[in-house]
Design a protein around this ligand. Structure first.
Ligand code: SAH
Length: 372
């Protein structure tokens, strides 16, 4: 809490340690904003919803989504929208407050579970929390972009003759200011609790905190309705050794100068799917370039190119499109994954009367975009 990376540094953005898609292109957040509107419409336009973002970074993604909500104000006109940000970093919450409200925020409001509140430049109330459990219940659209990869993992190795062992972090007695990995001599509580019985990999990384958060999201969606969109680099239960550090946009040894570099591990979407425990349906993971293509990124790029007069802006638009979509860059390694109520994908009474209902609208992004 006091010496951790996000408390002390938290360097998202060009001048920081790593750059994220919303910081690269406004189109990214706009298409996510469209996804929420599309789901809101498909779910029968409920009269109120909360947009809940986990780990909002600099607030850029929320800003881009709120711009879409403003542009589609006539569609959303009768809907009561509020924004709820779950953020542990005091530094980043300040940056978010400036970005979203112009800095006009009230700390520790008496009547709320939030630690800060304000009003967006577009007139929408915004609240900040340290934990998802503090966010009031209610119909909610959740967003976690590059959030789960930031949570701590346990690492394990299978020693054939001895069973699972946990990889632990120790002080290196030979080199000052340097840590080292050691293998637990016997089983640990974590080896007993966090490895799936059907696991076939011989090295595995498990993020139990991500599991707990997904369970909470799934329970909340099952009870109050809504949907969750998770986007991150990750795999579907195949990778083994992905824990790494970034500092000033370069790979950094995770064992040196702790607290000064962003530590990250790929998100295991197969684990998230298991942790939803069937309370919601899940979709994906699909690759970022497929999701954004299905969301109409090519059309949006065309419009922006047509509207921009100068060559530098056009070049910037094409460059950022390439960063997001190129399979060698972010297009293939980033994935989109969603939690949705079961009734969003299958009519509740489909079993009894399969022919009597009109088909449910497809979920945008996860299905090919068909222009009629
Ligand atoms: N979503 C943003 C930022 C990603 S960086 C973007 O795409 O640009 C990760 C974010 O998660 C930061 O805002 C960080 O402060 C926050 N974070 C990290 N650990 C957290 C935790 N345990 N609870 C809440 N937020 C956390």
């Amino acid at each position: 809490p006091s010496q951790g990376y996000y408390t002390r540094r938290g360097g998202v953005g060009e001048s920081g340690d790593f750059i994220t898609s919303p910081e690269i292109s406004q189109v990214f957040g706009e298409l996510i904003g469209v996804w929420y509107i599309s789901e809101w419409m498909a779910m029968g336009k409920p009269s109120t919803f909360q947009l809940v973002e986990l780990g909002p970074g600099r607030g850029t993604l929320t800003e881009d989504i709120l711009r879409v909500f403003k542009q589609l104000a006539s569609v959303l006109s009768k809907c009561d929208v509020s924004v709820h940000l779950v953020e542990v970093s005091p530094k980043l919450s300040e940056i978010q407050a400036v970005m979203l409200t112009g800095g006009k925020v009230q700390p520790n409001p008496e009547d709320e579970s939030a630690y800060m509140k304000g009003i967006s430049k577009t007139g929408i109330p915004i609240f900040w929390y340290r934990d998802i459990q503090d966010v009031p219940s209610g119909y909610s659209f959740y967003l976690a972009h590059e959030f789960f990869d930031a949570l701590p993992i346990h690492k394990f190795q299978q020693r054939t003759e001895k069973g699972w062992r946990e990889v632990l972090v120790d002080i290196n007695p030979e080199v000052p200011d340097q840590l080292r990995f050691v293998l637990s001599p016997s089983r640990t509580p974590a080896t007993q609790n966090f490895i799936q019985p059907e696991e076939t990999r011989d090295h595995v990384e498990v993020c139990p905190e991500a599991g707990v958060i997904v369970q909470r999201l799934a329970s909340r969606i099952e009870k109050d309705g809504g949907a969750a969109l998770v986007a991150d680099y990750g795999h579907d239960g195949t990778k083994t050794d992905t824990f790494r550090g970034f500092r000033n946009h370069k790979l950094h040894d995770v064992l040196s100068a702790p607290g000064t570099a962003d530590l990250t591990a790929d998100v295991d979407f197969s684990y998230l799917r298991k942790m939803a425990q069937g309370k919601t349906a899940t979709l994906g993971p699909v690759k970022q370039r497929e999701f954004l293509k299905n969301m109409g990124i090519d059309l949006r790029l065309q419009v922006l190119l047509q509207n921009s007069g100068d060559t530098a802006t056009r070049e910037q638009l094409l460059h950022s499109y390439d960063m997001l979509m190129n399979p060698e860059k972010m297009g293939d390694c980033f994935n989109f994954f969603a939690l949705l109520p079961h009734h969003r994908l299958v009519h509740p009474d489909k079993k009894d009367k399969p022919e009597s209902k009109s088909p449910l609208p497809p979920v945008a992004g996860f299905n090919e975009l068909l222009l009629k």
